[in-house]
Design a binder for this molecule. Structure first.
Ligand SMILES: [Zn+2]
Ligand SMILES: [Zn+2]
Length: 165
């Protein structure tokens, strides 16, 4: 299994859209935005992880600008339209990733059964269930008396076949 987040010392840039990564996603080393092969920035631009964390913002920005002017914008693959829309694409990708993670989480927690509880009716397998709340239990006991308390051990009510479970 490839290391999903392998940190690099020098930042990698995409010669097509101008995106930067410090981490490689999987072993492919492809740009998150346009799937182009990422390249290591030439070392004389000093775009290292250390500098990213410690340099004054201005100096980092100047180095980045210099790299863009001298290297990225001159690379044969460079696509100015992609470059201009990379931020919104990245935002979109991140959103998709978050949704995928949330979906994975929902499966793990069993919330993928069609309702927020991850519960389905054991009789008719409908997902249209509701939790029997303490309040509705109290009301039920008040109306039907102590003999109906059996119902109170049930936690869920199926709105489809009206059974409690
Ligand atoms: Zn790219
Ligand atoms: Zn049911």
């Amino acid at each position: 299994m490839p290391n999903l987040f392998e940190y690099r010392e020098y930042i990698y840039y995409c010669p097509k859209c101008g995106n930067f990564h410090f981490i490689t996603y999987g072993s492919d080393g492809l740009c998150l935005i346009c799937k182009t092969n990422m390249l290591e920035t030439p070392h004389d631009y000093n775009l290292t992880q250390h500098n990213w964390m410690h340099l004054p913002n201005e100096e980092w920005k100047q180095n980045e600008q210099r790299l863009f002017d001298e290297v990225i914008s001159k690379s044969p693959e460079f696509d100015i339209n992609l470059y201009n829309s990379k931020d919104s694409i990245l935002k979109q990708r991140q959103q998709q990733q978050e949704e995928a993670i949330a979906h994975g989480q929902a499966i793990l927690e069993g919330r993928d059964k069609g309702n927020q509880f991850g519960v389905e009716c054991p009789y008719c397998h409908a997902a249209n269930v509701k939790k029997i709340t303490t309040a509705s239990k109290a009301v039920h006991t008040a109306f039907f008396g102590i003999f109906s308390l059996g119902r109170n051990s049930k936690q869920w009510h199926c709105n489809h076949c009206n059974s409690d479970f």
